[in-house]
Design a protein around this ligand. Structure first.
Ligand code: SF4
Length: 431
């Protein structure tokens, strides 16, 4: 669903008889513009929620200010403390690709003034390129079985202390149906460990049933499967994949993913891109031995793959894994990476990941959305399974209803808007 944004109504044009919508002029932090409005009783001075070019509902001024506070925090930037080389980099990102050493320079910022300037620049680019197009997407974790043994993950094959579950195909379809048709979600990620209990036929059957029942984008996050499997899922109606490469450093990748090949993972991502999938990919921040140069390469790799959605989260240690004692990745670095990703990929979808929310709680959402991110991903896994999907402990889960309340734009037109934006993002990263 689209997250709607508050604005004050400046004037209302008299609607022509027979037209279902009115034309209104609104004012928000970026100035005035004229858009369509659905509420019939709208007047100058009212506050409305709008998405793209449509005001969808009137709200109280108090509610409007509460949302604006969340989306547009005030950052104090002391320009006198910014050096000219830093400002040159921020300027350069509008006209050319940033170089690796420039990305490293941005990631190494430790100073508050520069950090605020970077995050604000990313926020400005997000506003300029995507306007206020925020989305709330859903994720359903349908199985926590996994044949792999990644060192950082609580679902790894050797984890004995978790209760394993698998949702039945009809249960998965019904969960998606509820999320889409009752709650208004338009994009759902179906996620599991690398669990081959679900055959290609089963997954394709699930996708087809969902597509028969709902207007929804389906992203598959089911791990490393054959190219043929991904082709079948695409033919069945899957739109995208969420498939991270985790790190671009091959030695680091091998050390934490026993038995897996970095080259094959990247090759599979490139194949998926050619198949026409929307690509959601990214990496972890704070892996053992990871350097800032690695992170710069991770961002460059994400872009080179043609990611339409950038998924970046801090590593969080799980007490039942070999990396239990390794410190968590930093929220500050995650925000810088979010911002630099926005500088390099202005039209990409960048969600605030649950891992950032887990480290920063509700503040993580606000900080992420004001640092270049433009979507949220809510966990819609049925309650009875949710705690068992323990990649790491104490996953943040909260205030979804508050956000859903403002994700009011649930109609067919919301699907169309998402489709248009996804297509634009897809086209801008054709490889
Ligand atoms: S990270 Fe993914 S592939 Fe690795 S163990 Fe966890 S669920 Fe399995």
């Amino acid at each position: 669903m689209c997250l709607t944004i508050p604005a004050k109504v400046v004037s209302v044009e008299n609607s022509c008889a027979g037209l279902p919508v009115k034309r209104i002029t609104i004012r928000d932090s970026k100035g005035e513009k004229t858009i369509n409005a659905l509420p019939a009783d709208i007047r100058a001075g009212d506050w409305v929620l709008y998405a793209s070019d449509m005001a969808v509902e009137k709200i109280s001024e108090d509610d409007a200010r509460e949302i604006l506070e969340l989306l547009e925090p005030k950052r104090y930037i002391d320009i006198s403390r910014l050096d000219s080389a830093f400002l040159e980099i921020l300027k350069a990102c509008h006209t050319r690709e940033l170089r690796r050493e420039e990305i490293i320079r941005l990631l190494c910022i430790g100073d508050d003034a520069e950090t605020n300037a970077l995050l604000s620049e990313a926020n400005t680019i997000r506003q300029a390129r995507l306007r206020d197009f925020f989305c709330i997407h859903g994720i359903i974790e349908f199985s926590n079985h996994c044949v792999r043994n990644c060192l950082y993950c609580g679902l790894r094959r050797d984890s004995k202390d978790i209760r394993r579950y698998r949702m039945a195909p009809d249960e998965i379809v019904n969960s998606v149906y509820d999320a889409v048709n009752r709650r208004g979600y338009k994009l759902i990620v179906l996620q599991s460990g690398d669990d081959f209990f679900y055959t290609d036929d089963m997954l394709c059957g699930i996708i087809r049933k969902i597509k028969e029942k709902c207007r929804v984008f389906i992203f598959m996050s089911v791990g490393e499967r054959s190219r043929a499997s991904y082709e079948k899922m695409k033919d069945a109606g899957a739109n995208g994949v969420l498939f991270r490469f985790e790190t671009s450093n091959k030695a680091l990748y091998s050390s934490i993913h026993p038995g897996q090949s970095h080259d094959e993972r990247i090759a599979l991502l490139r194949e998926m891109k050619k198949m026409g999938y929307f690509i959601a990919t990214g990496f972890l921040i704070g892996l053992p031995g990871q350097t800032v140069e690695d992170i710069a390469d991770d961002i460059i790799t994400t872009k080179s793959i043609g990611a339409n959605m950038v998924s970046v989260g801090p590593f969080i240690p799980s007490d039942i894994t070999p990396l239990a004692l390794h410190p968590a990745g930093s929220a500050a670095m995650t925000l810088k990476v979010t911002a630099v990703s926005r500088l390099l990929m202005p039209k990409a979808k960048i969600p605030v990941t649950t891992a950032l929310e887990t480290i920063e709680n509700e503040e993580g959402r606000r900080l992420g959305l004001s640092s270049g991110a433009n979507s949220l991903m809510f966990n819609l896994t049925p309650e009875k399974y949710r705690d068992d999907y323990r990649i790491y402990p104490n996953k943040y889960h909260g205030k979804e209803e508050f956000w859903e309340k403002y994700g009011l734009y649930k109609e067919e037109i919301s699907y169309k808007m998402l489709e248009r934006k996804m297509f634009e993002a897809f086209e801008s990263f054709e490889v």
